[in-house]
Design a protein. Structure first.
Length: 319
């Protein structure tokens, strides 16, 4: 049985193929192209039926259990295009990247450099530097196409922030990892650390990923998700906001299996207006909760009815 989050990925990115669950210890024999798809999906859990390599093979399987990991590349160029909806320019047909970065100051060989526009600096001003630092692909906004260095390989998108989030979502969903997203007016970090301690005990610390530092915004959430790899079994992602409209895209990026609102308090009322406004914004965390996911709410909190309604048909736990 496919869990909700991975089913979303299969529908969205592999919908043109028929996916069939098989033994967790085996994967269908495949040439290199299709073995990559099996590996990023968790190898032994899926075969892709009706592809040329499968015809006539019957029950011929190869044990790939020990190789059910990502290939060296974190994503191929065509996967980046599929994930972001962008347009590739000046790229080879079989290329890929080994890492994703938004910082042109750091050497990152064979990386995807995402040019993020900020209040003080704009990543589009540092494309040449990123190439010198080893970038194999530049992600730039369509309106900044004129600043692309001649011949530089690029993926052209409408919004680089949205592209960063979409790529992180793609990466998170293709791995067999559960995700817990949490938000709140206060207590996010302490709750995250309590959950980390519990999951470390349950799964082992090497299998748990949690938000680092204060990286809970539109840039930090995808940054954390892109640290996921095949060894992780669960992740705990903080989602922060101080304006309306910030939690929903983070929910979409994480696609949580469980979403927790820690508290509703008098924070950022200059933008959110009231406690009800805080609850309305925070409850957008449930917008992209996995179909079989669980919503967790504070008992007797301001905005309780707003949060309960936002949870829809999902099971609700109160504490």
């Amino acid at each position: 049985m496919l869990d909700g989050a991975r089913k979303l990925l299969l529908d969205e990115y592999y919908g043109n193929r028929e996916i069939v669950a098989v033994s967790p210890h085996y994967a269908a024999y495949a040439d290199e192209k299709y073995r990559h798809s099996l590996q990023v999906l968790g190898a032994g859990n899926f075969i892709i039926r009706h592809e040329p390599w499968f015809a006539g093979r019957g029950e011929e399987f190869v044990d790939l259990a020990k190789t059910a990991v990502l290939l060296h590349d974190i994503a191929r160029f065509d996967e980046i295009r599929e994930a972001t909806g962008g347009t590739l320019l000046n790229t080879p047909s079989d290329g890929g990247v080994e890492s994703v970065t938004t910082d042109s100051r750091v050497a990152a060989p064979q990386s995807l450099f995402i040019a993020i526009p900020g209040e003080k600096f704009d990543g589009h001003d540092f494309l040449e530097t990123a190439l010198k630092q080893g970038a194999a692909l530049l992600c730039i906004e369509r309106e900044k196409l004129a600043v692309l260095p001649a011949g530089a390989p690029a993926i052209i998108v409408d919004s680089t922030i949205r592209a960063y989030q979409d790529l992180a979502r793609f990466h998170r969903l293709r791995l067999p990892v559960k995700a817990v997203a949490l938000t709140g007016s206060s207590g996010k970090t302490s709750t995250k650390e309590m959950l980390r301690a519990i999951f470390n005990r349950a799964y082992g610390a090497e299998h748990v990923l949690a938000t680092e530092g204060n990286t809970n915004n539109q840039i930090g959430v995808p940054q954390n998700l892109l640290r996921l790899d095949a060894k992780h079994k669960i992740c705990i992602i903080e989602c922060g906001t101080n304006h309306h409209g910030e939690i929903e895209p983070l929910s979409r990026t994480v696609c949580p299996d469980a979403a927790l609102i820690v508290s509703i308090g008098r924070c950022h009322l200059e933008n959110l207006g009231s406690l009800e406004g805080v609850a309305t914004e925070k409850s957008k965390l449930f917008r992209h909760l996995a179909p079989d996911g669980t919503a967790v709410l504070p008992l007797n909190s301001a905005g309780a009815e707003i949060m309960t309604r936002a949870a829809g048909n999902h099971p609700v736990l109160r504490y």
